[in-house]
Design a protein around this ligand. Structure first.
Ligand SMILES: [Zn+2]
Length: 88
C-alpha cells in the first residue's frame, strides 16, 4: 500500500505511486511496517523480543572478561608475593 507521506523522507507521495519521488523508497525498501517502526524507535511487533540477546547486549560481553582480568591480577599479585618471600 502506498502511504500519503513517505515514512523515509516525509515527502508527499502521489496517490498510486509505486515509489517515493524524493528518495525512491518503495514497498520493498521504504514504507513497510518495519520501516515505520524503525523510524519511531519502536521494535517491530512481528519480531519476537529476544530477552537472551537483549541481556547479552546489555550486560554480557563486558562482564566475563573483567572477571577473568581480576583473577589474573590476583594471580600476578600472589606470584609477586611468593617471589618476594623467596628472595628474602
Ligand atoms: Zn521518500
Amino acid at each position: 500500500m502506498t502511504p500519503e507521506i513517505c515514512p523515509n523522507c516525509d515527502a508527499e507521495v502521489p496517490p498510486g505511486a509505486r515509489a517515493c519521488p524524493e528518495c525512491g523508497a518503495d514497498e520493498d525498501t521504504g514504507w513497510s511496517q518495519g520501516a515505520y517502526c524503525d523510524r519511531l524507535g519502536i521494535p517491530d511487533p512481528d519480531e519476537e523480543f529476544d530477552r537472551e540477546e537483549f541481556v547479552k547486549n546489555e550486560f554480557g560481553p563486558a562482564e566475563k572478561p573483567s572477571r577473568i582480568k581480576v583473577i589474573w591480577i590476583i594471580t600476578a599479585l600472589v606470584l609477586a608475593g611468593l617471589l618476594l618471600l623467596m628472595a628474602f
